[in-house]
Design a protein around this ligand. Structure first.
Ligand SMILES: C[C@](O)(CO)[C@H](O)COP(=O)(O)OP(=O)(O)OC[C@H]1O[C@@H](n2ccc(N)nc2=O)[C@H](O)[C@@H]1O
Ligand SMILES: Nc1ncnc2c1ncn2[C@@H]1O[C@H](COP(=O)(O)OP(=O)(O)OP(=O)(O)O)[C@@H](O)[C@H]1O
Length: 317
């Protein structure tokens, strides 16, 4: 009889699909000595995706391309500054394997938009390389590596709706979060996350405001289970929103346009400048979408739903 067992199956290519996130609430506490802010956030993964393909190769290389015709990849590095490149290196070092992989990132998540696109790619690269190299890390090991790459990376692995605490890297799932429909206004340009946190601190100093311990408003947790868009919409909040609007006043105008069009909730996503609008069914979605396009203030308007799962292997060959 012929022996077909020539060792473990080593794939040629692994594809991972990974979603963007929005923050249904973002409560920012004081600046810590390590330069990060203590925060409590409710992360929510939405159906806007990047895709990463990891192919067997000699050495490490990376290319970035748009996933759709209207996806923008301007400013995304294709070298060691890319978070996905750093993720591959970190995994190789941890698992003591050679970092042999050709990474292709197909982007649709807005760049520097406050939707954690770079973090999503890092999470996807960890998962794809783990499968390609057969390193077989446990979930908790992947989570620890993710946290070393950035505050938003563990959530990109996790997905769904979850509370993030610490600097965002400690994840606690929120059970029974109902489905929500979103219209997303993609701004033409990005905002630097450190700059937005810094502006938030400056504003607080200027107002001599006491900085409370970060927390999740109990209303949000209750309304999330109800799935009632109007109630969830009223409970959305983001401590970074005033800072993002100070840096880019047009996003305040976009929020107004969406509210006037009947959105149940309107919010800057994370550090912005992407703005997200909670809608209550297809009629409301169409109206909000039309008004946002008509405002001429955004580069693209997209629809998405949440929660969706985190990074997942979608193809192996
Ligand atoms: C705004 C959010 O997207 C909300 O989820 C995150 O807090 C940002 O997460 P991220 O982009 O993964 O951030 P990191 O790459 O970890 O940090 C980038 C920079 O953002 C600032 N930063 C980030 C997270 C945090 N809790 N406090 C901070 O002050 C710091 O200046 C840090 O140097
Ligand atoms: N894979 C990547 N995709 C996008 N940007 C990347 C990537 N790797 C590194 N970067 C750099 O990081 C910067 C921020 O990009 P990113 O799209 O992650 O921002 P963001 O969505 O605002 O992040 P967050 O919501 O986590 O604060 C970019 O301007 C780019 O220079």
């Amino acid at each position: 009889m012929e022996d077909w067992d020539d060792g473990p199956f080593r794939p040629e290519a692994v594809t991972v699909r990974v979603p963007a996130k929005i923050n249904l609430s973002l409560s920012v506490g004081p600046l810590r000595p390590d330069g990060y802010h203590e925060l409590v956030t409710v992360f929510h993964a939405v159906s806007l995706y990047d895709e990463i393909v990891a192919r067997a190769a000699r050495g490490l290389s990376l290319t970035v391309e748009p996933l759709r015709r209207d996806s923008d990849v301007a400013g995304v590095p294709d070298d060691e500054h890319n978070l996905a490149w750093r993720a591959a290196l970190l995994l190789a070092e941890y698992a003591r394997v050679e970092p042999d992989v050709r990474l292709t990132i197909r982007k649709d998540i807005p760049v520097a938009g406050g939707m954690a696109g770079g973090s999503a790619d890092a999470a996807a690269a960890l998962l794809a390389c783990d499968r390609l190299w057969g390193t077989g890390l446990r979930r908790d090991e992947l989570h620890d590596l993710a946290a070393r790459l950035g505050s938003d990376v563990p959530f990109a692995l996790h997905g769904g709706t979850a509370i993030g605490s610490g600097r965002g890297e400690h994840i606690t799932p929120v059970l029974a979060a109902a489905g929500l429909e979103w219209v997303i206004a993609v701004y033409d340009g990005g905002l630097s996350t450190p700059k937005v946190f810094e502006t938030c601190d400056t504003r607080r100093r200027r107002d001599s405001r006491e900085i409370p311990e970060p927390s999740v408003h109990p209303d949000l947790m209750t309304t999330l289970r109800s799935g009632d868009a109007l109630r969830v919409g009223a409970a959305l909040y983001n401590d970074l929103q005033p800072a993002a609007i100070e840096l880019l006043p047009e996003i305040g105008d976009l929020l107004e346009a969406g509210r006037a069009a009947g959105a149940a909730g309107a919010l800057v996503s994370g550090s912005g400048p992407t703005t997200v609008f909670l809608v209550d069914g297809p009629v409301s979605a169409a109206e909000v979408e039309e008004q946002l396009r008509a405002s001429g203030l955004c580069r693209a308007v997209r629809r998405a739903r949440g929660p969706v799962p985190g990074a997942l292997v979608s193809n192996v060959r």
